[in-house]
Design a protein around this ligand. Structure first.
Ligand SMILES: [Zn+2]
Ligand SMILES: [Zn+2]
Length: 163
């Protein structure tokens, strides 16, 4: 499925082919919440990085999340590249050099109408903010940390991989 996306101010527009476009994966971790999740979580999709085309690429900035590696406050930079618009701040996508063939657009940056997921995964609930009340429906899966399947595996299990 071809996804077209943009930031809020329009300085960045992109398109990418996505075999895994269902917005089912709700992550409540502090990185997602702070950088992209005003409602308490953010949703990433799965796409093929070699099909990415970008207009306004010089407006894109990159953030490497700080990972806490010990209790005494030491941090380490994630190799993952969080891309956002340097003009309006919209979160765009995540790309990780460890899995270079993939990229993960934020559902919030996509303008193409996305399909409604038949069930959802709530992950990193152990890191959610206290004010966030997850809307967990019948059939949804919940995890305190990482889920038991990837974005691709969820689409395969439900027969929802897109051409
Ligand atoms: Zn922008
Ligand atoms: Zn997260």
């Amino acid at each position: 499925m071809l996804l077209k996306g943009s930031c809020h101010c329009g300085a960045v527009k992109f398109s990418v082919d996505s075999p895994h476009p269902y917005p089912f994966n709700l992550c409540y971790c502090s990185i997602c919440r702070k950088t992209a999740g005003g409602g308490g979580y953010a949703i990433n999709l799965g796409a093929n990085s070699d099909t990415l085309t970008v207009k306004g690429a010089d407006n894109i900035r990159t953030f490497h999340a700080k990972l806490h590696t010990s209790d005494d406050g030491e941090t380490e930079e994630s190799p993952g590249e969080r891309k956002f618009c340097g003009n309006c701040g919209s979160a765009l996508w995540l790309w990780d050099p460890r899995w270079p063939e993939l990229m993960h657009p934020h559902a919030s940056s996509i303008d193409t109408p996305l399909p409604q997921p038949p069930e959802r995964t709530h992950l990193m609930l152990g890191s959610k903010a206290s004010w966030v009340e997850p809307c967990i429906r019948k059939g949804d899966k919940t995890f305190d940390d990482y889920p038991d399947e990837s974005i691709a595996e969820w689409h395969e299990r439900l027969g929802l991989v897109q051409e």
